[in-house]
Write a protein that binds this ligand. Structure first.
Ligand SMILES: C[S@@+](CC[C@H](N)C(=O)[O-])C[C@H]1O[C@@H](n2cnc3c(N)ncnc32)[C@H](O)[C@@H]1O
Length: 124
């Protein structure tokens, strides 16, 4: 992030957000305590990068999250490789999400088969 960059971070749990705010003091960061579903439904702002690190913007509200990304901008998700704590039906949801993103017109995707599994999407 350069000096003019802005980061908006949305967290449902106020306590977790408060801890993060004490650790990361930076005037460029806007801390939002809200349900990501509500925030995504209400936001029309454009972003150069969206990192969807929980259900909203990934397994729900995908269209809304992708719509926020500027042309040439990035959409990033992780936690895509199988994990022992996944419920039985989660693998199918991940497969479905990856297929949806790879087939999406106007986007180029690259999958990184490392760490927790990362998909990087770039809006044309
Ligand atoms: C995988 S963790 C990532 C946390 C943080 N981004 C990090 O990298 O450490 C997912 C976070 O999403 C939050 N969360 C869960 N459901 C949410 C929702 N509906 N809206 C916003 N945040 C949510 C959880 O409280 C948790 O802190």
């Amino acid at each position: 992030m350069d000096a003019d960059a802005r980061l908006v971070t949305v967290e449902l749990d106020a306590q977790l957000s408060a801890i993060a705010q004490t650790e990361l003091r930076d005037d460029r960061v806007e801390w939002v305590v809200a349900d990501g579903c509500d925030w995504l439904a209400a936001t029309t702002e454009a972003f150069d990068l969206v990192f969807a690190d929980t259900w909203p913007g990934k397994f729900t509200h995908l269209d809304q999250a992708l719509a926020l990304v500027t042309p040439g901008g990035f959409y990033v998700i992780d936690d895509l490789l199988p994990h022992p704590n996944w419920p039985d039906e989660h693998q199918a949801a991940v497969d479905d999400l990856l297929a949806t993103l790879r087939a999406r017109p106007g986007w180029v995707t690259a999958y990184v088969d490392d760490a927790s599994g990362v998909l990087l999407g770039v809006r044309r």
